[in-house]
Design a protein around this ligand. Sequence first.
Ligand code: NAP
Length: 260
Amino acid sequence: MPDFKGLDLTGKTAIVTGASRGIGTAIAVQLGQRGANVVVNYTSSSSRQRAEDVVKRIEAAGSRAVICQASVANMSDIPKIVDTALQLSQTGKIDILIHNAALGVDANLDEVTEELFQSHFDTNVKGPIFLTQAIVPHIARGGRIVFLSSAAARLGVAGQTIYGATKAANESCARVWAKELGQSHGITVNCVNPGPVATDQWQESDEQFRQDMQPLIESTPAAARIAEVDDVAPLVAFLCTDDARWTTGSVLCANGGLYN
Ligand SMILES: NC(=O)c1ccc[n+]([C@@H]2O[C@H](COP(=O)([O-])OP(=O)(O)OC[C@H]3O[C@@H](n4cnc5c(N)ncnc54)[C@H](OP(=O)(O)O)[C@@H]3O)[C@@H](O)[C@H]2O)c1
């Protein structure tokens, strides 16, 4: 009989930021299906029903889940996310932290405003840094942190001065934390870097931007199509398993080979 124990997440406690939609929902459900109990974080009141539906899907898979409305960009919301996870945990520890919530509004250099800079760095960089700082004292040895970076961190996509910079910052944090949290805490820290994925963030991006990306999408080595959320979520779930214990500080290709 096959033995997949090294991929099992039974009894682990996971936080997925921005789990009400898109890639975050797919990751939360994947983790739940592998046995983890999941905090389904979101920020907009209009997403509450969607977050509750994610909880139901996880519960249907036999795991526990709870919604948590909190903005990672808001320092005063950070303790709420930590406390929700500790209440959900059956061990008093948190095992998995997925930094998925992000803003991704495109703007050419001449359109960049301080407000765009601030909102993106607050959500995509400041939030993950301070949420991680708050969670680390509660993470069990064998803990896992995964960032949703983007091919944009290194590809150099026109219109992504700010977004690309925030994702490059995530990749830098992963490399630094792999060292700071490795031997001392037994935590691995990695990134995955999707290219275009069919989610709200993609649909809401500028029409011209999507047209400009079409030739790139068609050149994707794995297949000439945009990614679906389930092309990315299993890789994130794998990084959370015991079998992935020797992978840390890395950026794993989650873009069909567009960029590595
Ligand atoms: N889609 C792509 O083509 C693509 C490509 C490469 C990388 N990525 C990365 O993959 C991740 C997920 O992208 P996606 O396309 O699935 O995003 P999405 O569809 O736009 O969903 C964003 C999620 O983040 C949440 N969120 C936004 N701001 C937040 C905040 N301050 N605090 C907590 N949650 C917040 C949203 O919550 P509400 O529902 O409450 O608003 C929502 O659940 C992001 O890190 C993104 O940069 C995406």
